[in-house]
Design a binder for this molecule. Structure first.
Ligand SMILES: *Cc1c(COP(=O)(O)O)cnc(C)c1O
Length: 359
């Protein structure tokens, strides 16, 4: 959160203007600042990351029942967004080294019903954007990235939101950058701005003209101001996270049966949002035993993401059964450790000591 006084000072003008939502001054200002920060051609602000994804898929007007190739090793929102649009997820396995979609397995899953690929930059690990583009171009597919974990990440000097037809970000309270709740879509084609605008504002163009069957997914002024305040501090936030992240890694790397599920850091500007570890198959303890042990010592880790979305009760046995061996295996062995900007090294020391104890 930003300093309390700073936020309170920033929201004061709202008591004058009484303009609380509906694309206000702060909404528009935040949208523009975000566009610059993310280094992308266009940005549309949304009430949350999920609606950003759901509306982006909707914006492309794919025929009902079309298929989207996606990853099951993600937050359930990714899969929900496809199904709630009347489309079918076709789950593609992921790569063991970084948990992103296995681009070598995408082409085999393409059918005459396939309309898009929806990969996830999981933990800020960047998908193979070049190869995914090649496949998409080859088969005339759209590419929509779930970049909920990749705020502030750059790849080869470009904002991560520059890749694919669109990328969505989440500014949920638990993410590395938050607007309390919030999200955004980044995209190349400027026409998408109006389509998304209609979808998030009931399709209203003026008082008497409604052009789209839209929803309500606008970001309000309080959230936009939270975003403006947090954006001022983002560089410092990421720097503190980088320090803690590296401190953790130096210690984790010495533990034999643990692997950090993050790929080649130095080549990119990165956000240090998560610290995902894999408990090796050779380990005598299971992931769940480590989770329970740490929990018992007041250290709250998360099984991000277990189970894989294809195995959730609401989808089970409904979608094409595919070979998802790597995703299931990672999901059974993954644990994300606590990391936050004001974390102290002695807290990391205690976590490492506890991990060593149980292992
Ligand atoms: C957080 C998250 C979302 C959803 O974002 P919200 O802002 O919580 O709606 C979607 N996909 C992934 C991968 C996420 O982590």
């Amino acid at each position: 959160m930003p300093p309390y006084e700073e936020y309170i000072e920033a929201i004061k003008p709202l008591w004058q203007s009484r303009w609380l939502t509906n694309m206000g001054t702060y909404h528009n200002c935040f949208e523009e600042q975000l566009r610059i920060y993310l280094d992308v051609p266009n940005v549309s602000l949304v009430v949350n990351g999920h609606m950003a994804l759901e509306m982006t898929i909707q914006a492309f007007s794919f025929p009902h029942g079309s298929e989207i190739i996606t990853t099951p090793f993600t937050f359930v929102s990714t899969t929900h967004a496809i199904i709630r649009n009347g489309l079918r997820p076709v789950f593609c396995d992921v790569k063991e080294e970084d948990g992103t979609i296995d681009e070598k397995k995408i082409e085999d899953l393409i059918s005459e019903k396939t309309v898009a690929i929806l990969p996830v930059h999981i933990y800020g690990n960047i998908c193979n954007v070049e190869e995914i583009k090649r496949i998409a171009d080859n088969y005339g597919l759209k590419v929509i990235y779930d970049a909920a974990h990749a705020f502030g990440v750059k790849y080869k000097g470009h904002g991560i939101g520059c890749f694919g037809d669109a990328s969505i970000f989440s500014f949920h309270a638990t993410k590395v950058f938050n607007t309390i709740e919030g999200g955004a879509v980044a995209f190349k084609n400027q026409e998408l701005y109006d389509t998304l605008y209609n979808l998030k504002n009931f399709g209203i163009r003026n008082e008497e003209l409604v052009v789209t069957v839209g929803a309500n997914a606008k970001m309000n002024e309080f959230c936009a101001i939270m975003g403006l305040c947090n954006l001022k501090h983002i560089a410092e936030t990421l720097k503190k996270r980088e320090y803690i992240f590296n401190y953790y890694c130096q210690r984790l790397e010495k533990i034999d049966c643990i692997k950090i599920l993050i790929k080649d850091l130095p080549s990119k500007e990165w956000n240090y949002a998560y610290l995902p570890i894999i408990i090796d198959n050779k380990s005598v303890v299971t992931r769940d035993e480590v989770y329970d042990y740490l929990c018992g010592r007041g250290i709250f880790t998360r099984k991000y993401f277990f189970p894989i979305t294809a195995d959730h009760a609401c989808f089970k046995n409904k979608y094409r059964k595919l070979d998802l061996k790597v995703a299931r295996d990672l999901s059974n062995r993954i644990l994300t450790l606590p990391i936050y900007e004001d974390m102290e090294t002695k807290q990391v020391d205690r976590i490492i000591a506890s991990i060593l104890n149980i292992i």
